[in-house]
Design a protein around this ligand. Structure first.
Ligand SMILES: Cc1ncc(COP(=O)(O)O)c(C=O)c1O
Length: 458
């Protein structure tokens, strides 16, 4: 690309308010322009190659640059680009609904299409309000969620999100939303076993239901593995115990599989296959199209819809682009590729290698915890491995590591003092080796830089 052209694009790009931009620095620097993609790689305006460590935003499951999805979308657009989902339907959205109902656990056979993960979770919450109103239980509205959860960027999903930074300077619904502790084993109390930690979390949940009264609690929502909260895999048995308490108390369980769905943990859905639970509602997005097109979906159990059979009321909720034909075409092709290329089996086979190689990072003095499952990982940096004090400096250590990684041709996702990885599911052993080598060196270089600046002493 010619330099003049690149400068022109950078100038135009400053007109965009990007997600998560700092109001102070926006428009003062050039964002990296990504101009091309292939396999697990992204290429910038200068042609530099990067391993896409976070797989876009946890969404690039089948890998970049797949031509088949583009062809399927083109074919669909040429045949039928759009009709109103409020009054008509299409072959392609019906096909996708049928495939999703087959892939999903239990009796989750009703599909509502949304445009992304936020609108999927928002839909689930609005449905639950509608459901309880229809059943004559207007007080059953309280939602239990957890600190460090991320469920989206609408008003309501922002409110059930449990990460402080998402709350800065925004207003949130507080009256009927309750945050419990995150199931982060690494930060459990000293001398506490994992089992005791898990029991405490379950007790906290039970106590919250008792405090609110089960007749007032509508739902519990959880990512089976917390993604943006720092890749938090819950202790063994935690989700199952919470799910059983939900069933006992007539509290609905919403499983937010926006990240864990479509292969990231080696299955189309992780709820039942990995965690042994059959949620009442599953929300999904991202990997449903591998990020090629924007789409989300909510899967409801037959029971929920059957409960509403006796009364007639409009489900007054929908999006212009619910079940957009081009997005459904991308999802169907994506699912076909995941099956045909045995991508789930590949994830199951390569998962142990991925986590074993990442363990090399423990050699580095600031790496306190390396956790994850499937092809998701979080690397938490600390000042001291014994005290586990988070390594937060003038600017978050994750950003410093990200800057060093970029110099080496690797993109990571910095989350304050944590780096998260969720590469394309097609990653090979050699590519994992290269990724880990680059990350190792990036963290090592960051440590050297901190020492030079007098910010950290080994
Ligand atoms: C677990 C989870 N739920 C919901 C969302 C929101 O999805 P979207 O950004 O597609 O609206 C995200 C996004 O990162 C997520 O990680």
């Amino acid at each position: 690309m010619k330099n003049d052209y690149i400068s022109e694009i950078h100038k135009k790009d400053r007109l965009v308010l990007h997600p998560y931009e700092d109001t102070n620095t926006r428009g003062t620097y050039n964002r990296k322009l990504i101009t091309k993609s292939d396999n697990i790689y992204l290429y910038d305006e200068n042609g530099t190659e990067y391993i896409d460590g976070p797989g876009g935003m946890w969404c690039n499951n089948i890998g970049h640059g797949n031509k088949e999805i583009g062809e399927a979308v083109k074919k669909q657009l040429e045949k039928l680009e759009y009709c109103s989902p409020f009054s008509e339907s299409t072959e392609i959205s019906a096909e996708l609904a049928s495939v999703l109902s087959e892939l999903s656990p239990g009796d989750l056979n009703t599909v509502f299409f949304t445009t992304d993960g936020s609108t999927a979770n928002d839909t689930a919450l609005r449905f639950i309000m509608f459901y309880n109103n229809m059943l004559g239980r207007p007080n059953k509205k309280h939602i239990i969620t957890r600190n460090k959860a991320y469920h989206g960027s609408t008003y309501l999903t922002g409110s059930i999100t449990g990460k402080d930074r998402e709350k800065n300077n925004f207003d949130f619904e507080k009256d009927f939303i309750h945050h419990l502790s995150a199931p982060l084993e690494y930060r459990r109390k000293d001398n506490q076993t994992v089992e005791e930690f898990c029991d405490d979390l379950v007790k906290e949940f039970e106590n919250k239901i008792l405090e609110l009264g089960s007749e007032n609690v509508a739902a519990f929502i959880a990512e089976p593995i917390m993604a943006s909260g720092g890749c938090i895999v819950p202790p063994e048995g935690y989700l199952k115990k919470i799910w059983e308490i939900c069933k006992k108390n007539d509290v609905l369980f919403i499983s937010d599989e926006v990240v864990t769905g479509f292969g990231r943990i080696g299955h189309f859905f992780a709820s039942e296959k990995v965690f042994g639970i059959k949620p009442d509602i599953i929300t999904c997005a991202k990997g449903i199209t591998s990020g090629y097109m924007p789409l989300g979906a909510v899967l409801f159990s037959d029971k929920l819809l059957n409960d509403l059979k006796n009364d007639s009321a409009l489900f007054f909720h929908g999006y212009t682009y619910s079940g957009h034909p081009a997005c459904c075409a991308a999802a169907l092709k994506n699912i076909e590729i995941i099956k045909r290329d045995k991508i789930l089996e590949h994830v199951q086979n390569i998962e142990p290698y991925f986590h074993q190689q990442l363990k090399k990072l423990y050699d580095l003095p600031i790496v306190g915890d390396i956790r994850g499952k499937g092809l998701m990982a979080g690397i938490e940096c600390v000042i001291n491995k014994d005290s586990k004090e988070a390594l937060v400096l003038d600017k978050a250590i994750g950003s410093r590591i990200d800057e060093e990684s970029l110099k080496l041709g690797l993109i990571i996702r910095p989350l304050y003092h944590i780096c998260v990885l969720s590469p394309a599911l097609i990653i090979s052993k050699n590519q994992i080796d290269t990724l880990v080598d680059k990350l190792y060196l990036a963290i090592k270089n960051t440590i050297t830089q901190l020492e030079v600046e007098g910010l950290w002493k080994g």
